[in-house]
Design a protein around this ligand. Sequence first.
Ligand SMILES: Cc1cc2nc3c(=O)[nH]c(=O)nc-3n(C[C@H](O)[C@H](O)[C@H](O)COP(=O)(O)OP(=O)(O)OC[C@H]3O[C@@H](n4cnc5c(N)ncnc54)[C@H](O)[C@@H]3O)c2cc1C
Length: 416
Amino acid sequence: MRYSGIRVIKEALSGHKGWGPLWRDPEPKPHYDFVIIGGGGHGLATAYYLAREFGESRIAVLERGWIGGGNVGRNTTIIRSNYLLDGNEPFYEFSLKLWEGLEQDFNFNAMVSQRGILNLVHTDAQRDAARRRGNAMILNGSDAELLDTEGVRKLYPFLNFDNARFPIKGGLLHRRGGTVRHDAVAWGYARGADQRGVDIIQNCEATGFKIEDGKCLGVETTRGFIGAGQVGVSVAGSSSRVMALAGMRLPMESHVLQAFVSEGLKPVLPGVITYGAGHFYCSQSDKGGLVFGGDIDGYNSYAQRGNLPVIEDVAEGGISLIPALGRVRLLRAWGGIMDMSMDGSPIIDNTHIEGLSFNGGWCYGGFKATPAAGWCFAHLLKTGQPHETATAYRFDRFRRGYMIDEKGQGAQPNLH
Ligand SMILES: Cc1cc2nc3c(=O)[nH]c(=O)nc-3n(C[C@H](O)[C@H](O)[C@H](O)COP(=O)(O)OP(=O)(O)OC[C@H]3O[C@@H](n4cnc5c(N)ncnc54)[C@H](O)[C@@H]3O)c2cc1C
């Protein structure tokens, strides 16, 4: 069924009896050409593009829990293409272009909203860095505008401009950045993949790999063995655990990141803002809640819940930037598990085991990457070669010394 305005009117006039489930609930088959482990945004997008771009149909996505239960339904929904380094920016620009046509492409309302993202600067050195990043973005086909204090004041008059310690000296505005309704992305890709014949198998945990003579022949699961021509692992915060089942130790750690939503307010924030003097970022959902977050919790964990010191730290950052936030009540908070890589950048690569490939290490920035990560992983699974925008995302960059250290923090996952 295609969704359209006419369809909505027709259903409204006939008692809404024609709407069906968005995807089937099939039993696993004994063998597929492609098995993707992980039914998050990336795994579903990979299956979707394998079917839509590369004409494949014998594909299964195995999800341990339910679709949308992982980070794809837990993130703060920000999309952007505002990176500095050559290894990153062409990839994120590719992703943003895919976001721009996504809803028409998979015929689903994902509420893609290019409301702009503003990174605030508070020192002269930060302004220089913002100018340099803006130029790199423009050179890679993205958009960037450097605003002065008055430019920021016009957009966000209620910020704490004259804070003696952290005065706002301007900001880097990326107008095409914005937000997308996160779980609708999972549902849209799941529906689009299902329509193209992909089996989405929920409540099916991968528990092992069958590897013989250096070749991966399939996946052991809680619902039996499933044979595969190619296996793609895309399990975000569980990356180290799942790849350990294949005997691999990844250059990665898992950390918790928390998100927060306030009570509903009248429209106050027109776009996304990030504080440059603390770790705090905020947008307003269409329901009115302020959606915000900050640093990761900073210790290794596989628990999807966070701790109070980070809640306090995020609240401090928020109130220092927007004093009025102190009057707002917090409605909900939750955590997700981040696959933090050593240099803060991801990996989309084959492994030394034939037929086993990996996509992960997205840290806390993988939502915006969803369309491109899916496309590039599908490209890798089908052709064996990296997509032109993902050539830097290889395992061996750590051995070769070609780190993509966007923040310049060194090999310290908790700081990226
Ligand atoms: C609080 C928070 C805020 C964030 N904010 C942003 C943001 O604003 N912008 C941004 O770009 N990124 C953000 N991120 C990061 C982003 O959400 C992730 O990088 C991205 O969603 C990871 O890809 P995914 O959607 O495929 O992950 P997930 O949705 O986590 O998918 C992985 C799936 O694998 C499944 N799985 C795990 N083990 C197995 C197994 N053994 N067998 C079968 N299935 C398995 C899991 O159940 C899960 O559903 C945020 C993350 C969090 C937690």
